[in-house]
Write a protein that binds this ligand. Structure first.
Ligand code: C6P
Length: 407
């Protein structure tokens, strides 16, 4: 068996973490928004631009061949990472948002008709709500929403009752970014498939926390972003089953996605290129491949246990603060904690924590319906990665207590 790295050594791999913010050592707890990048990823992207930058799939020259090979190797790494059947089922996009929009615009426009229903949930990120609303405007489809409980879990009874002959797609987050809830997507997928309904999973908050196997899940589409996976920004993935991708029309038109073009008729390229119009973000894709190498140099069990330990520690410590309420108390949770302290607006809390060098996210986290459900303007959100420590959490809790005493 390969030698795995130790999580306790992870922190030194992330150069950005070693800095002062507002005169204090940085405590970075905004990982659900974006992860910091290890040296290996930064060096890989630099290497693309310093050693073999060249447009891919186009040139006959050496640099173009090297770059193309590295880009396609990254695709295969991603295929293996999520255990997709074929590398051509991996479409490079700008991120989760673009992946969901791609499905809404191609699958949605081609296969959904007026009166068809798309099931989403109350805990979705806006990027898995708005594309379906835009499709509703174009096609007259209807949106059905699975409500969440006080704990922030999906009401599965309602989900099952929403499935009907009119349901054309279920589009659901694997993990909620605002509450941390890990959704029972296996149950969702098999219930939908029992009625021949395809399922799209928004995996933006999942792929870096635990292994995802799209073959075992049997989902039809799975979307995620590179930057939340310790990889570069501006690159992401749409996994789609070959049977759907082959039937779906292209979305954006341009170079690379065509086989031949005349003014009378254009024929389209094969998968995956049919969906990758224009020069792709190959440096980002190659960097994402390296981020996957980095993440998988740890054992998943170690990552899961480590993040769970941080989550439990932070939950216990934060709950000991008088007047603090945690939003999102699902039994199955990832390392995200949303909270509010009585009488303190989340924005004020965020700004004051920043003065102490502590980076958290505040607001609605692009999940406004979640905030509406709880009748709050937003939350303070701390989210953990493999380079965080219990000391980071101690500093957060000390900060919260101090701010509370000022208020
Ligand atoms: N959530 C957060 O702070 P993009 O921006 O395309 O990489 O990812 C969008 C997205 C989609 N789904 C979920 C569940 C997400 O969490 C996100 C991004 C960040 O929570 C930025 S808003």
């Amino acid at each position: 068996m390969a030698n795995h790295k130790k999580i306790s050594d992870a922190r030194k791999d992330f150069p950005l973490l070693d800095q002062m913010v507002n005169g204090k050592p940085l405590v970075y707890l905004d990982n659900a928004a974006t992860m910091q990048k290890p040296h290996e990823v930064i060096d890989t992207v630099t290497e693309v631009y310093t050693k073999y930058n060249s447009n891919i799939h186009r040139g006959t020259h050496h640099l173009s061949n090297v770059c193309t090979e590295a880009f396609e190797e990254a695709r295969i790494k991603i295929q293996k990472f999520i255990n997709a059947g074929y590398s051509h089922e991996i479409i490079f996009t700008r991120g989760t948002t673009e992946s969901v929009n791609l499905v809404a615009n191609t699958f949605g426009d081609a296969f959904l008709k007026e009166g068809d229903e798309v099931i989403i949930s109350e805990l979705e990120h806006h990027s898995n709500i708005v594309p379906w609303q835009l499709l509703r405007e174009r096609k007259g489809i209807e949106l059905k929403v699975i409500p969440i409980t006080e704990e922030g879990e999906l009401n599965m009874e309602v989900f099952h009752s929403l499935l009907s002959d009119r349901t054309a797609l279920v589009a659901i987050a694997h993990v909620s970014n605002a509450l941390g809830t890990i959704n029972p997507i296996k149950e969702i997928i098999s219930a939908a498939h029992a009625k021949d309904i395809p399922v799209l999973i928004d995996g933006a908050q999942a792929v870096h926390h635990f292994p995802v196997d799209v073959t075992e899940l049997d989902c039809d589409f799975y979307a995620f972003s590179g930057h939340k996976l310790y990889g570069p920004t501006g690159i992401g993935v749409l996994y789609g089953k070959e049977k759907w991708l082959n039937k779906m029309p292209p979305w954006q038109g341009g170079g690379e996605m065509i086989k031949s073009v005349t003014f009378e008729k254009t024929t389209f390229n094969e998968l995956p290129f049919k969906f990758e119009a224009g020069t792709p973000h190959y440096a980002g894709a190659i960097g994402l491949g390296k981020a996957i190498d980095y993440l998988t140099s740890y054992q998943w069990d170690e990552i899961i246990n480590f993040e769970k330990e941080l989550l439990d520690y932070a939950t216990e410590k934060l709950l000991s603060v008088d007047g603090l309420k945690i939003y999102g108390t699902a039994k199955n949770k990832s390392s995200v904690i949303s909270f509010l302290v009585d009488g303190i607006h989340p924005y004020d809390m965020g700004v004051m924590l920043d003065k102490m060098g502590i980076a958290v996210r505040t607001g609605h986290h692009c999940a406004q319906p979640v905030m509406d459900k709880f009748g709050i303007p937003g939350t303070v959100r701390a989210s953990f990665a493999i380079y965080n420590t219990k000391e980071d959490i101690d500093k957060l809790v000390e900060g919260v207590i101090k701010i509370k005493s000022i208020f």
